[in-house]
Write a protein that binds this ligand. Structure first.
Ligand SMILES: [Zn+2]
Length: 429
């Protein structure tokens, strides 16, 4: 070994061993204190005055009223603002856009959709959503986006991602826009018990954190009926057994009452949309602890804007029937105490408006605190992330947001999030 090479190696070894040179070690040791007039305890609804949150690295070390601030801490004083934990949206499609609902979707490549996702991830984070569950994307663009955000390449929320959604041939999660001679199937299509087992394993192989399935027809798809169930009980039982055995939860798109009940009996962890939910379905969901993820604000936006979005006529006709029905049935389910986790289906409307969902829940009977809990403590439970998100508590990620007023009095404050921190780093100032 020549002398130059030896000294270079020595320098490299010193570099790796030195406690002060590693970037990750530096951020781990950094202490930040966030001060604000109030902080919401999302479990009890109590407002904590003179809130101080001590953060070490990416986690909360201590939180409460008038907590002593260490001398070496960097202090962020948010004055009269109210602090909440970062919000969680359990139903997004970051890689899709509202202008891609019909035939225009066929011209969008997977790489293009991943870049669209990077833009929408930033908008969603700046709207106060520090975690999302992304339930359906093409070509594993959501997995790539999740990994790029985790690596720090692009800003965005933490993502629990599904990859392609599983569905039947010709169903809501297939793509039925092309004539038979093109012989096109969506990548998540699988029919029959052996095929759905294999597909579940395949999406997990390529990085899925959660399994998304289509239990009934949908609105923004051609040739299917939202009220009709699609997967059979046997197929869904096979998916759930496989997913749960491999440590993944299952989210089922379901509008019709039969499809909702079959999915819950099969053991899914959440019902997405839940348009025709009835008393029997609510009872089953309460018994089994399955969450309803309503996606309701989209109805307002869609009915105002669909004419300029290039939506094929049969899809628009379904929307006009389904969207108002959902509000009526879901208000009744809220009153009966169905477990609810917050979801928006953002992509049907522009990303970053996710906070508008809260006011709809309040309009349908929730208190503002209950609506906030759907996007914090309940959403974290649905994700299996109770240990890391959903409340401002020691040990959890330092994912925090701040608003001007009191969102337990006026929930629309959450449409105007002023400051966002993710993992101890301020992302919106
Ligand atoms: Zn969706």
């Amino acid at each position: 070994m020549n002398h130059k090479l030896a000294s270079l190696l020595l320098a490299l070894i010193v570099c790796f061993l030195s406690p002060t040179t590693s970037h990750s070690q530096q951020t781990q040791r950094k202490i930040v204190a966030v001060k604000a007039a109030r902080a919401l305890d999302t479990r009890t609804g109590e407002m904590i005055s003179n809130a101080v949150i001590i953060i070490e690295g990416e986690r909360i070390k201590e939180a409460g009223a008038n907590v002593a601030i260490p001398a070496n801490a960097e202090v962020i004083d948010l004055g009269s603002k109210t602090l909440l934990p970062g919000l969680i949206d359990c139903h997004t499609h970051l890689t899709f856009e509202p202008n891609q609902m019909g035939y225009s979707s066929l011209g969008v490549s997977v790489p293009r959709s991943a870049l669209t996702g990077a833009k929408n991830a930033r908008l969603t984070l700046e709207a106060g959503f520090t975690t999302v569950r992304n339930v359906g994307a093409n070509g594993y663009a959501d997995i790539a986006l999740r990994d790029a955000i985790s690596a720090g390449d692009v800003p965005g929320p933490r993502i629990v991602a599904s990859g392609p959604a599983l569905g039947i041939t010709g169903g809501h999660c297939d793509n039925n826009l092309l004539a038979p001679e093109f012989n096109h199937f969506d990548e998540g299509v699988a029919d029959g018990v052996p095929a759905v087992m294999r597909k579940t394993r395949e999406v997990i192989k390529y990085g899925a954190d959660v399994i998304k399935i289509c239990s009934t027809g949908g609105v923004l798809s051609l040739g299917d009926d939202p009220k009709a169930s699609q997967y059979t009980l046997e197929e869904m039982k096979a998916i759930v057994a496989e997913a749960h055995r491999l440590g993944r939860k299952v989210a089922a798109h379901a509008h019709g009452g039969d499809g909702i009940k079959l999915a819950v009996i099969a053991g899914v962890d959440s019902i997405e949309h839940g348009t025709y939910i009835d008393d029997e379905a609510v009872k089953l969901m309460k018994e089994r602890g399955a969450y309803l993820v309503p996606t309701l604000y989209l109805g307002d936006w869609f009915l105002e804007n669909y004419q300029r979005m290039g939506v094929p006529a049969p899809m628009a006709a379904k929307a006009k029937e389904v969207m108002p029905a959902a509000r009526k049935n879901i208000a009744r389910a809220f009153a009966q105490g169905v477990p609810v986790a917050f979801g928006t289906d953002s992509a049907v409307y522009p990303h970053g408006l996710n906070g508008r969902e809260f006011a709809v829940y309040v309009k349908l009977g929730m208190t503002p605190l209950q609506a906030i809990q759907t996007a914090t403590i309940h959403a974290s439970k649905l994700l299996g992330w109770e240990d890391r998100a959903g409340a401002i508590e020691a040990g959890k990620y330092a994912d925090l947001i701040a608003v001007d007023g009191d969102p337990t009095k006026d929930v629309t404050e959450l449409e105007r999030v002023k400051w966002v921190m993710k993992g101890g780093i301020a992302m919106k100032k």
